[in-house]
Design a protein around this ligand. Structure first.
Ligand SMILES: *Cc1c(COP(=O)(O)O)cnc(C)c1O
Length: 454
């Protein structure tokens, strides 16, 4: 006669699980209260499950369930990833990485008190820009600058402070959406300006701008066509001509976007200083695209206008903190001195392109038959230089099974590798790997390939 055993409904206790050695790394990575909450909610889920009601705790691995949720939570933390996408300024990957030397050199000023708003020469309260206007002037030849948290804020502040209640003329070819939910017409409406559209998608002339001017016009706004380029039958106005013909009460503002300061590698683009030379009253751009700095919006140009921007009450909501300002300062000094650390990620990646062939050859020699050398293209990305690509080399990984599965596996590595699929093949662009990342990249892929080797 079989002995009917009582069902065991005893699950481990919260405190007992929290002490488990397997969970200690998660306590460090996520904090004790967060891990405690995960344990509680997993225990609740288990208690409510049909299986538990029928069979009890027998065979239920609470620890495994908790670890699984902890893993998912941990993957949400900010962490370093390896960029094998071939896009140097990648919006999903934090845009521009900050050069280690620059990061290290602002450590001292940011971990103590600083003279952020104190004029040391007089002992009086000062502005927070410090040396930045002088540096931006030396760099671009602009009279003055205003720094805000990002370039979207630049545009809003410029429109709101200089053109609220007035007309702003924008070409139909430049009524663009930049990234998620930032549309030029919307931002114009929000800032209290009236949009006056001129020209067509492919053609806008100087006359189009000049003929649209009324007594109530405050500004001509030109916007860089960030994430697309129109090719073929197109005509853009001669900016110098527009600037010359604008009446005194109308400002010419160029949202240049990328921060490109030399046409050397992008002959189809116009640099910031060129726009200013051609007569733009203000230019604005991001700090974390081609410039290679922290997230910021930089507005440079005529002092009469920057003073108005700086005094606007909205400035208070847009001003960056000292971490950003000190990083920008350090970066611009290095840029002006033409040290490699001041070059920014785009330039760095461009130089890297030349070395990718040798690198690809070396890796293929090591990883054959699972890797194949493939000619690829590097893009600057982040809406910086949409019309140009740069030749480089990369690898296709040829592994048994589905490419998507391997793509996901690379993303789940301790230092995630962000690759991409092309024609159902797993691609690794070598141009966007940083020098510091190469070692990690190689050892992780090598480890991954071991499972396929006999
Ligand atoms: C990127 C970009 C913006 C937005 O800048 P953020 O720094 O992302 O706020 C605005 N205008 C142009 C032309 C851009 O390229």
């Amino acid at each position: 006669m079989a002995v009917k055993t009582a069902i065991n409904y005893r699950l481990p206790q919260v405190e007992q699980l929290l002490q488990h050695p397997f969970l200690q790394p998660y306590v460090l990575a996520l904090s004790r209260p967060v891990v405690t909450e995960i344990i509680r909610s997993q225990l609740t889920l288990i208690r409510q499950s049909e299986r538990f009601k029928v069979q009890g705790a027998e065979g239920i691995d609470v620890l495994a369930a908790v670890v699984k949720v902890c893993e998912v939570q941990q993957s949400k933390r900010q962490m370093r990833v390896l960029n094998a996408t071939g896009i140097a300024v990648h919006t999903n990957l934090g845009r521009s990485p900050i050069v280690t030397e620059i990061w290290d050199s602002v450590r001292e000023v940011n971990t103590g008190y600083s003279n952020l708003e104190l004029e040391l020469a007089t002992g009086k309260r000062g502005g927070r820009n410090g040396l930045l206007p002088t540096l931006v002037n030396a760099w671009l030849g602009a009279e003055d600058c205003v720094i805000v948290n990002n370039n979207a804020a630049s545009i809003y502040l410029i429109l709101h402070a200089l053109a609220a209640g007035k007309e702003v003329i924008v070409s139909r070819g430049e009524q663009i959406q930049i990234g998620g939910g930032f549309r030029i017409p919307d931002i114009l409406a929000l800032s209290g300006c009236k949009l006056v559209e001129v020209g067509t998608t492919n053609i806008t002339t100087s006359d189009d701008y000049i003929n649209a001017i009324t007594d109530n016009t405050a500004m001509v706004l030109m916007v860089h066509q960030s994430n697309f380029s129109i090719q073929g039958f197109t005509e853009s106005p001669d900016i110098q001509d527009v600037a010359k013909r604008l009446p005194e009460h109308v400002q010419l503002v160029v949202d240049q976007g990328s921060g490109l300061s030399s046409e050397q590698y992008a002959s189809s683009e116009t640099s910031l200083s060129r726009y200013l030379q051609m007569g733009a009253d203000l230019v604005c751009f991001s700090g974390d695209k081609i410039l290679g700095g922290p997230q910021a919006g930089i507005i440079a140009g005529r002092q009469g206008l920057t003073k108005i921007l700086a005094k606007n009450p909205m400035m208070r909501t847009f001003r960056p903190g000292r971490i950003v300002l000190s990083l920008l300062e350090e970066l611009l000094i290095r840029k002006l001195n033409q040290t490699p650390s001041g070059e920014g990620i785009a330039q760095h990646t461009l130089l890297r392109c030349q070395h990718t062939r040798a690198l690809a050859e070396r890796l293929v020699a090591k990883w054959a038959p699972y890797a194949e050398m493939v000619p690829m293209e590097m893009q600057v990305g982040g809406g910086s230089i949409p019309s140009e690509t740069y030749d480089c080399y990369g690898l296709a990984l040829l592994l048994p099974g589905k490419a998507q599965q391997h793509l996901d596996a690379l993303r789940a590595m301790p230092t995630p590798i962000i690759a991409y699929l092309h024609a159902d093949r797993l691609m690794l662009n070598l141009a966007t790997l940083l020098d510091d990342d190469l070692h990690h990249f190689e050892s992780q892929i090598e480890h991954y390939l071991q499972r396929f080797q006999k």
